[in-house]
Each structure stands twice: as structure tokens, then as C-alpha cells.
Design a protein around this ligand. Structure first.
Ligand SMILES: NC(=O)c1ccc[n+]([C@@H]2O[C@H](COP(=O)([O-])OP(=O)(O)OC[C@H]3O[C@@H](n4cnc5c(N)ncnc54)[C@H](OP(=O)(O)O)[C@@H]3O)[C@@H](O)[C@H]2O)c1
Length: 284
């Protein structure tokens, strides 16, 4: 059994911790306010931005997951979460003489700048034009060039229980999609995030990078229309496309998950339809 640290133990980290504790691993969940961790996940109260708070990490860690998220959409906050916090943790592990056999960094599909609905995979160019992707890429490189064997997992948009902003906007009749070219979006259910990370922890010789998205990149309009039907809500409204708005920076690409599937991972929710149905069932 392994000794596992989940640094940034929030929405996904908690679901991962639950699974790893059920597998009988020793699991610690690190966050600034570790108040509501599940049974079997031991709390570590520390701030990744404050190196001195990382001096008392659990010893002899075998596997480390880094899942801290930025406190807001600003470059400085992204740098703090995805670059400085990761560096602080890697340095703390090094100073303590720890030799984890695997360190995971959870990144995002924001590292891709593709905007024309192209298919992308782990070998596609990453030339982010926005600080969000640039800082994540910086964190990825730091891990992969660092002292421990690293694995990067780039998740698409994460949804699941209680992450229902999209549902709420559809239900309230506020959902919109941009006219013109289809805009492809990529997503993954929280349980598949946790399931894929758990799976990759057990893969003997993992690749350095995996895309963590479900099996069906889908244009935004189709997703909203499907949700409106499932929720019995008004269909989404078409609005004029504007360059440079939030939709544009959100990208327009289709992410392939073949490497993850090829490693043997079986999705619990292979498309948004199964995943959203489960979330709707939990809401009602
Ligand atoms: N949301 C998405 O759609 C999406 C898509 C792709 C990738 N991702 C990535 O997936 C990962 C997991 O996402 P999530 O939804 O599970 O995030 P989350 O619920 O916000 O959890 C992140 C955790 O990090 C902790 N944290 C933040 N700053 C910290 C610090 N300085 N020191 C210690 N702990 C800190 C927070 O707890 P405290 O506040 O108690 O410290 C929080 O519990 C993140 O890396 C995120 O960027 C998310």
C-alpha cells in the first residue's frame, strides 16, 4: 500500500482521496482549511504559498497529487497556484529527502490555443495566448523537468454534483450560444477525474502527459440544447459571436482521450449525456 499526499484537496481531490482510502492506501489531504475531508483522508493544514508551512509534510510519500486551483482569474493568482505553489511543494519534498516515485500535476486543456475546432492530442502544439494556459504550461514543464518522475493530466471542464452553474443558467433560460461556427467544448465528470487519477497511479509506466476528457467533444449549442430538453427548459438563445470575448478565450478544439483509454481506463460517464443525467438525478 502507498503513502499518498493530495495537495489541493478540494472538489476532485476529495473524491480521489475517498477512493484511495477505500483502496487501503494511507492518504493525506493538504489545504489551507482542511475542515471537511472524507473519512480516511488525514488533514494537513498548510499553505502552498508559504514554504515554512510545508516543513511538516507526512514522511516517506510514495505518490503526490497536485490539484491546487487559482483563487481567481488573474495572472498573479494563476502564477501563485500553478507555478510558485508547485515549486514550493517540490522543494519541500526535496529538502525533506523524500523520493516519491510519482508526482501528478493536474493541468487543463487551456494549454492549447487551437481555435478552429481542430482535434488535439498530447503531442499537439501548446502555444497558449492567454495567461491561464501559459501558467499551467509553466507548471507542467517544471514538473516534467524536475527531480521526481512526473505525470501531467490535462482535464477539460469539470462538472458533477454541486457544480451546476451550466444547469442553473439553462433552467433559468439564460443560456446562450454564439452564432456562426460551432464552438467545441471538452468536459469530464468529477468521478472520472478521480477515477482516471487513481487508475494512472497504478499504471506501471505511464506517459508523461494525458488528456483527461470524456469521449465526445461536443459543440456548445448541442450541449445546451440537450440540457434544455433534459431539464424541460427554454432552448438556449443564439447571440452574435464577438472576437475576444470569454467564449473566444475558452477555445474551440476537440481533445482526444485515446491515450487515456489506451492505458486501460474505462469511463464511468463516457459522454456528457450519461454524466449530466446522473447529476440531474442527484439534483431531483
Ligand atoms: N474546474 C474546472 O473545470 C477545471 C478544468 C481543468 C482543470 N482543473 C484543475 O483541476 C484541479 C482540481 O480542481 P477542483 O475543482 O478540485 O478545485 P477546487 O475544488 O478549487 O480545489 C482546489 C483546492 O486547492 C486548495 N488550495 C488552493 N490554494 C491553496 C494553497 N495556497 N495552499 C493549499 N491549498 C490550496 C483549496 O483549499 P483551501 O482553500 O482550503 O486551501 C481547494 O480545496 C485544479 O488544479 C484545477 O485548476 C479544473
Amino acid at each position: 500500500m502507498s503513502r499518498v499526499l493530495i495537495a489541493g484537496c478540494g472538489y476532485v481531490g476529495t473524491a480521489l482521496g475517498e477512493r484511495l482510502a477505500a483502496d487501503s492506501h494511507s492518504v493525506w489531504g493538504l489545504r489551507r482549511r482542511p475542515l471537511s475531508l472524507p473519512q480516511g483522508v488525514l488533514p494537513v493544514s498548510a499553505d502552498l504559498a508559504v514554504p515554512s508551512s510545508l516543513e511538516g509534510l507526512p514522511s516517506d510519500l510514495d505518490v503526490v497529487f497536485y490539484l491546487a486551483s487559482a483563487a481567481g482569474r488573474e495572472d498573479a493568482l494563476y502564477r501563485a497556484a500553478y507555478v510558485d505553489g508547485l515549486r514550493n511543494l517540490l522543494e519541500a519534498l526535496g529538502k525533506q529527502g523524500q523520493r516519491p516515485s510519482r508526482v501528478f500535476f493536474v493541468s487543463s486543456t487551456a494549454v492549447y490555443a487551437q481555435q478552429r475546432g481542430e482535434w488535439v492530442d498530447e503531442s499537439s502544439p501548446t502555444q497558449p495566448t492567454h495567461f491561464t494556459g501559459a501558467r499551467l504550461l509553466e507548471g507542467e514543464r517544471m514538473l516534467l523537468e524536475g527531480p521526481f518522475p512526473g505525470v501531467v493530466v490535462r482535464f477539460g471542464g469539470i462538472y458533477g454534483p454541486r457544480r451546476t452553474r451550466l444547469f442553473d443558467s439553462v433552467r433559468a433560460g439564460r443560456a446562450e450560444y454564439a452564432s456562426g461556427r460551432a464552438r467545441f467544448t471538452n468536459r469530464i465528470h468529477r468521478d472520472d477525474c478521480a477515477g482516471a487519477l487513481r487508475h494512472l497511479m497504478n499504471v506501471e509506466s505511464p506517459d508523461p502527459i494525458y488528456l483527461g476528457v470524456d469521449c465526445e467533444p461536443t459543440d456548445e449549442r448541442s450541449v445546451l440544447e440537450w440540457l434544455a430538453g433534459a431539464l424541460g427548459a427554454q432552448p438556449p438563445r443564439k447571440v452574435p459571436a464577438r472576437e475576444g470575448n470569454a467564449r473566444a478565450t475558452g477555445g474551440n478544439k476537440r481533445c482526444r482521450n485515446e491515450r487515456l483509454l489506451g492505458s486501460g481506463y474505462a469511463f464511468r460517464y463516457p459522454t456528457y449525456r450519461e454524466g449530466y443525467r446522473a447529476v440531474i438525478a442527484e439534483m431531483t
